[in-house]
Design a protein around this ligand. Structure first.
Ligand SMILES: C[C@@](CO)(OP(=O)(O)O)[C@H](O)COP(=O)(O)OP(=O)(O)OC[C@H]1O[C@@H](n2ccc(N)nc2=O)[C@H](O)[C@@H]1O
Ligand SMILES: Nc1ncnc2c1ncn2[C@@H]1O[C@H](COP(=O)(O)OP(=O)(O)O)[C@@H](O)[C@H]1O
Length: 282
């Protein structure tokens, strides 16, 4: 029988932004978004081992990310600070999600740590409190804690759950690291897309407003969109760099990946209807 002091593995799934509109800008410079966030089954694995000593340690830090800045470590320390919990945790991250790819890997890792420790440390924090705390780590963290596909507004903290059709995605990862602040501060970014409402979602014409400026700075993104557009409507997710297209069967998606030129990197992923750790908070 396993105890909470053994290593335990928890998935941290990625997201795609099926569209992303910028409808305004706040006084502090943050942008007001409207987006549909879709959970997919491509995931990092977060391994956790609780300790009584109170230390939070990252045992295999990611290249270029010091342990203390890793969002998993910051998430665990934030929970200790919030609750006064005297337990600690050892953390290992098996990274599969492309970093800086717009699929929310770092945010999802943080959300998984918060959901898992809520159970392992027996904190019983309500979901809404975890979401509030998560927002201080990154704009996408509240979505992963919310754990359902959603129409997302504000700067990423206002969520309306929605049903999305089952889909099989091809995701291409252009090998460039997009700077999110750089894309948001581009003078050519359009920030005045008219707001839409949930009842009109299915008939709305949508796009990713960040795509045009990202493609100008990073031609590799544009090349990937052009290649994938041979098969289906392709667009960028988040602030890039990944681009994706949706297919109705796994076979169709696999055939596209089969054709992928050697110099490109791609994945096939299936839509999820809920976060696998959804039940870890109420
Ligand atoms: C736009 C999205 C959509 O999912 O892009 P991706 O990160 O997934 O690519 C996210 O909301 C991004 O979230 P995240 O990458 O966590 O951004 P944060 O660390 O919170 O913010 C990085 C910087 O982006 C800008 N920023 C971010 C979010 C937002 N709504 N308005 C902004 O202007 C700010 O300059 C901020 O300092
Ligand atoms: N656990 C983590 N996984 C990935 N990135 C992390 C993590 N912790 C901190 N970061 C930092 O966050 C940045 C954005 O990462 P990521 O979430 O993968 O991008 P995106 O928001 O574009 O999907 C990385 O370049 C890295 O510096």
């Amino acid at each position: 029988m396993s105890s909470s002091y053994d290593w335990q593995d928890f998935p941290a799934p990625a997201k795609l932004n099926l569209f992303l509109h910028i409808i305004g800008r706040r006084n502090d410079g943050y942008h007001l978004l409207q987006s549909v966030f879709q959970l997919i089954d491509l995931a990092d694995t977060i391994s956790l081992r609780v300790n009584e000593g109170g230390e939070v340690q990252h045992l295999n830090p990611l290249p270029g990310v010091p342990a203390d800045s890793d969002l998993t470590v910051r998430a665990a320390r934030l929970l200790q600070k919030e609750t006064g919990c005297s337990k600690g945790v050892d953390i290992r991250v098996t990274k599969r999600l492309p970093m800086g790819g717009g699929v929310g890997g770092g945010s999802s890792d943080a959300a998984t740590v918060m959901l898992a420790l809520n159970r392992l440390w027996q904190l019983n924090l309500p979901r809404v409190r975890l979401m509030e705390l998560g927002l201080s780590l990154g704009a996408d963290v509240p979505f992963f804690i919310f754990g359902e596909n959603a129409f997302v507004e504000g700067i990423g903290e206002i969520m309306t759950p929605i049903l999305t059709p089952e889909a099989h995605f091809v995701i291409l990862h252009p090998q460039v690291h997009v700077s999110t602040p750089q894309i948001f501060s581009d003078p050519n970014l359009t920030r005045d897309t008219p707001p839409i409402t949930v009842p009109h979602l299915s008939s709305a014409i949508t796009q990713n407003d960040l795509e045009e400026v990202a493609c100008k700075s990073y031609p590799e993104i544009s090349e990937s969109i052009t290649w994938l557009s041979q098969y289906a409507n392709a667009r960028m997710t988040g602030s890039g760099s990944c681009v994706f297209a949706s297919f109705s069967s796994p076979n169709e998606a696999n055939r596209v990946i089969y054709d992928l030129p050697k110099k490109m990197t791609g994945y096939v992923a299936r839509s999820l209807s809920k976060h696998p750790l959804h039940e870890f908070a109420e």
